[in-house]
Design a protein around this ligand. Structure first.
Ligand SMILES: Cc1cc2nc3c(=O)[nH]c(=O)nc-3n(C[C@H](O)[C@H](O)[C@H](O)COP(=O)(O)OP(=O)(O)OC[C@H]3O[C@@H](n4cnc5c(N)ncnc54)[C@H](O)[C@@H]3O)c2cc1C
Length: 290
């Protein structure tokens, strides 16, 4: 099917884009990578009257370290994060997740900001943003605000952003110390959306005791989920197979996965536990230099 008729704008500045979003509030959609928006427009599940293409905004594709944070411009493509060098940041999860998204064509075009804004419960970046306790910077003509990832996703394909707001940046806290992270994904075939996914971030002291833990889950509810109980059980404990097993068993209580043709709710619960354990133990191995 072809999309319904729409008017197309390609602003040259962020201010111009925000003015257009304000003027056509509720009737306009931002176009970033187009990898989710264009398919749903072709299916006529969305028919915006106005498309505001932000690909002409040159200054939104940055990756920079500022003030104890890694700042990613909203137009950073999945492809660019596939080669992210974690160094001593512990942010291996960025490379892991990026390389598991869709196929090369999707990764070349799709953006981090677009994936968060789209808020698909099966998408990979939202769980990563939760595990890393990222903040999402949004702007409108009235100003700027930062939304914690845990407050950002409100339901399937819905967020706490207003219709005239644009994500400009994703800000990820950087830690000092022994840290690592991992993303694990179960997909029916290569390039598919996650049947279940788990992102984990782990920080340890010199004795191997956990000082910080973040776990975000994909495809286990109507929005991405933080495994809060499991995180709490890890912090203050020495991380080994036993403590990880104990913590991850609590994940079942935190999630209510859907049943569909791709997998039953019970299967997804089981896989969420398995993948979270794998993500934490991979992080542990990475901290130990493995
Ligand atoms: C075949 C295929 C396979 C895929 N597989 C996966 C997968 O395995 N895992 C996965 O996570 N994703 C997958 N995707 C989705 C892909 O990652 C998309 O790129 C992503 O979800 C949306 O990013 P985008 O930049 O393409 O956004 P667009 O499609 O341009 O926009 C999506 C939505 O976000 C809004 N938006 C975009 N940018 C902003 C912004 N800066 N501020 C405010 N609103 C904004 C748009 O208005 C629109 O509503 C797949 C897509 C396809 C077509």
């Amino acid at each position: 099917m072809l999309p319904r008729v729409f008017e197309y704008f390609r602003p040259k500045t962020l201010e111009e884009a925000l003015q257009l979003l304000s003027k056509y509030k509720g009737e306009a959609k931002v176009l970033a990578g187009g990898q989710s928006l264009i398919p749903i427009m072709k299916l006529r599940l969305a028919s915006p009257k106005y498309l505001i293409d932000i690909n002409g905004l040159q200054n939104l594709s940055y990756q920079r370290t500022t003030d104890g944070h890694l700042a990613l411009g909203c137009l950073v493509r999945h492809k660019e994060l596939e080669s992210f060098e974690a160094g001593n940041t512990g942010l291996h999860v960025l490379r892991d997740a990026a390389s598991l998204i869709g196929d090369p064509q999707v990764r070349n075009m799709g953006t981090f900001g677009g994936s968060l804004a789209h808020a698909d419960p099966s998408a990979d970046w939202p769980a990563v943003a939760l595990a890393l306790r990222a903040e999402i910077k949004v702007k409108s003509v009235s100003g700027e605000r930062k939304i914690k990832a845990e407050d950002f996703f409100t339901g399937p394909f819905s967020t706490s952003m207003n219709e005239d707001e644009l994500i400009t940046e994703i800000s990820i806290p950087l830690v000092k110390g022994r840290a690592a992270s991992s993303y694990q994904k179960l997909e029916r075939k290569a390039g598919d959306f996650a049947l279940v996914g788990a992102a984990a971030f782990l920080m340890l002291d010199e004795k191997g005791v956990c000082t910080k833990a973040g776990i975000g889950l994909t495809s286990v509810a109507d929005k991405p989920v933080i495994a809060k109980k499991a995180e709490e059980l890890l912090v203050g404990r020495k991380i080994d197979e036993r403590s990880v097993e104990d913590a991850c068993q609590t994940i079942r209580e935190d999630i209510n996965p859907p049943s569909d043709v791709r997998g039953s709710s019970e299967y997804r619960k089981e896989m969420a536990v398995v993948l979270a354990k794998r993500a934490i133990l991979t992080s542990l191995r990475r901290i130990s230099g493995g």
